[in-house]
Design a protein around this ligand. Structure first.
Ligand code: GH3
Ligand code: MG
Ligand code: MG
Ligand code: MG
Length: 322
């Protein structure tokens, strides 16, 4: 259909189809107080297979965004009663970063400074109404492509390539934030450093590929057990670290020991059959009132967890030590 329209290049259609194959439909929120304008933008978007949600002013757009986190693009008018387009995007950018949501501003207002103001306030792009349809479509696609690119870069920088959990770099970045938070609010902070037992034997016996399969499944289990509330990162090789924010040593220990025991009793299935794997961990905690200052406290906390891990290995493995 789009090719038949005859004005879109083959390249445009290929990009659109690639996107549809990658992440099914893209959900777009159109905020505009004019019904005519809203329906028109909706019909343009639907012609190119986007899924559209509508809002008739800034406040209801804000509501919709809270409730539908899978919206990837907000197209917003400027003049709207209540909360206008600027007010909306200022509010939106406080909560949704550029890797989470893209924004395009629209206006029929002939104020020449609008475009710059929209973009300065957090929009990715701006279009003056009335616009040429092809320009609208090309700008939407460009904006979504750059959203994808930002997300991909973020993933590559912060996720571990093999297992998909956070990487060491993310852990350290996040940790600085944890330290700031802890200074502000106090509350416990506990780290668990995990190391798979005798992992070298897995590699030596079954090969590196099977070792990789074990790492992937191990990480998936860690993420399933802790990922919803806590940060799970691959610290290196077969070592992982879980940051239990707001949890003291006793509670963290209990959770980690449950994980240890489940791992022991649930073999990992690999291409070479079921393998029994165990894990040891060291736990270290900063209590509610322990003051935190520099990066030194990060280093000392990790060192304490590492020392406890060493004790667990010394004591025979398949153990959690504090
Ligand atoms: P311990 O119980 O004392 O921890 O013994 P271990 O064999 O687990 O410890 P060691 O540090 O001797 O061996 C860790 C092994 O993990 C060595 C290394 O080749 C392997 N390894 C590290 N990263 C990867 C990886 O990405 N894939 C695979 N397959 N193996 C890895
Ligand atoms: Mg309006
Ligand atoms: Mg190790
Ligand atoms: Mg090991």
């Amino acid at each position: 259909y789009i090719l038949k329209e005859n004005r879109f290049s083959y390249e445009y259609v290929v990009r659109l189809v690639n996107r549809l194959q990658r992440n099914q439909t893209v959900k777009v929120l159109v905020a505009d107080d004019s019904v005519v304008s809203r329906k028109f933008v909706r019909s343009l978007l639907e012609q190119h297979l986007y899924q559209v949600v509508e809002a008739d002013d800034g406040n209801s757009a804000w509501e919709v965004l809270q409730n539908q986190p899978d919206i990837q693009l907000l197209i917003t008018d400027y003049n709207m009663p209540g909360l206008d387009g600027f007010g909306l995007i200022l509010k939106v950018r406080e909560k949704f970063s550029r890797e989470e949501l893209a924004i395009i501003g629209l206006s029929s207002d002939d104020d020449e400074s609008l475009s710059a103001r929209f973009i300065k306030n957090g929009a990715n792009d701006f279009l003056q109404k009335p616009f040429v349809h092809e320009e609208f479509h090309c700008r939407v696609l460009n904006t979504l492509d750059s959203l994808d690119m930002i997300r991909k870069l973020w993933d590559q920088a912060n996720l571990d390539y093999l297992t998909g959990v956070y990487n060491r770099r993310y852990f350290f970045n996040q940790y600085e934030e944890l330290i700031v938070l802890k200074k502000q609010k106090r509350g416990s902070l506990t780290l668990a450093l995990l190391d798979i037992d005798l992992f070298k034997e897995v590699n030596d016996t079954y090969g590196h590929d099977v070792g990789d399969e074990v790492l992937v499944e191990f990480a998936a289990r860690l993420k399933r057990s802790f990922g919803q509330h806590f940060t799970v990162s691959r610290f290196g090789g077969e070592e992982f670290i879980v940051a239990f924010r707001g949890l003291n040593e006793v509670k963290s220990f209990a959770l980690m020991d449950k994980f240890r025991s489940q791992l022991e009793s649930t073999p990992i299935s690999t291409s070479r059959g079921e393998l029994s794997v165990t894990v040891s961990a060291g736990i270290a905690s900063l209590s509610d009132d322990e003051s935190l200052d520099s990066e030194e406290s990060l280093d000392t906390l990790i060192q304490r967890a590492d020392k406890a891990l060493y004790d667990a290995k010394e004591a025979g493995r398949n153990l959690i030590c504090t």
